[in-house]
Design a protein around this ligand. Structure first.
Ligand SMILES: [Zn+2]
Length: 283
């Protein structure tokens, strides 16, 4: 998750305007959303797939994704902090799986124990001590709910055989994760080095870590339709399109949800009651 991205928004708006001016002669324009051109570097099929899954594609971009130890892979970055390979994006199912409020993906994690390791190698990917504490607190957030998934946390460097690995990468305050597939959580959770700033106490890092683990077990952004938490107001009013409401959770903007797209320096790191309702519903 990231803090404000108004520049990206402006660029996306500019590209949208460009498209409008270029498409005057296009016949049979049925659906403006589906006609939109993909940003530079994004294949049109991937862009349209992301739109059909009701992702907010305003700042969709191609990125180089760093794994623990520095290996880089190409991936898409959606909604600021969601990493997906081309294959995973294209294989995601459209339909009733894209559920909303609290939103989740089609894919959930199979019940059981999830092994999760905090990566502590003495290199740029090793977690800072604040991040390690925050990871412990984030895992506690989930485990104290007695869900049908639980996390077994260790710290070290042997991440290959674990279900999930939490590690540090260089960047502004925030993190990234992805969505489950095949009953497994998304393996790679990044915490960005900007979180080491004294502006952010351990509770804020706990918030970011809990949020990214939330994506890894299938949660979407609760404000994906508006990115209201980021100071944006895109696509307002379409909440619930192609989505199923989880009983007992609100249908509007839920500012204190841990799954809103952007965060502030005053987060307490805890689930709100709607997050807990949603977790208990799914797990
Ligand atoms: Zn997020």
């Amino acid at each position: 998750m990231k803090k404000f991205k108004n520049l990206a928004l402006l660029m996306a708006l500019a590209m949208g305007l460009t498209f409008t001016s270029c498409s005057k002669d296009t016949a049979n324009v049925v659906d403006e959303e589906q006609e939109a051109l993909a940003p530079v570097g994004i294949p049109q099929d991937a862009f349209e797939k992301a739109q059909s899954l009701h992702f907010n594609t305003f700042d969709m971009q191609k990125t180089m994704f760093e794994k623990p130890g520095g290996k880089m892979e190409e991936a898409y970055l959606l909604e600021g902090d969601i990493i997906m390979s081309h294959d995973q994006l294209m294989s995601m199912e459209i339909g009733d799986g894209i559920t909303s409020k609290q939103y989740r993906t089609n894919n959930l994690v199979s019940p059981g124990v999830i092994t999760i390791i905090g990566y502590t190698a003495n290199n740029s990917n090793g977690l800072s001590s604040k991040m390690q504490t925050a990871l412990q607190w984030a895992v506690n957030n989930y485990n104290r709910l007695n869900l049908n998934i639980s996390f077994q946390l260790t710290f070290g460097t042997n991440w290959q055989d674990k279900d999930m690995v939490v590690y540090q990468t260089n960047g502004s305050a925030g993190g990234s994760a992805g969505f489950p597939s095949g009953g497994n959580p998304y393996k790679f959770v990044q915490l960005f080095s900007g979180l080491n700033s004294s502006i952010y106490d351990t509770n804020v890092v706990e918030h970011v870590t809990t949020h990214e683990i939330g994506h890894s077990v299938g949660f979407r952004h609760t404000d994906w339709f508006s990115r209201q938490s980021c100071g944006q107001n895109t696509n307002e009013g379409s909440a619930g399109v192609g989505a199923i409401h989880i009983p007992g959770t609100p249908t509007g903007y839920d500012a204190s949800s841990i799954m809103v797209a952007c965060f502030s320096s005053s987060e307490d790191g805890e689930f709100n009651n709607n997050d807990i309702t949603a977790l208990n519903f799914l797990y």
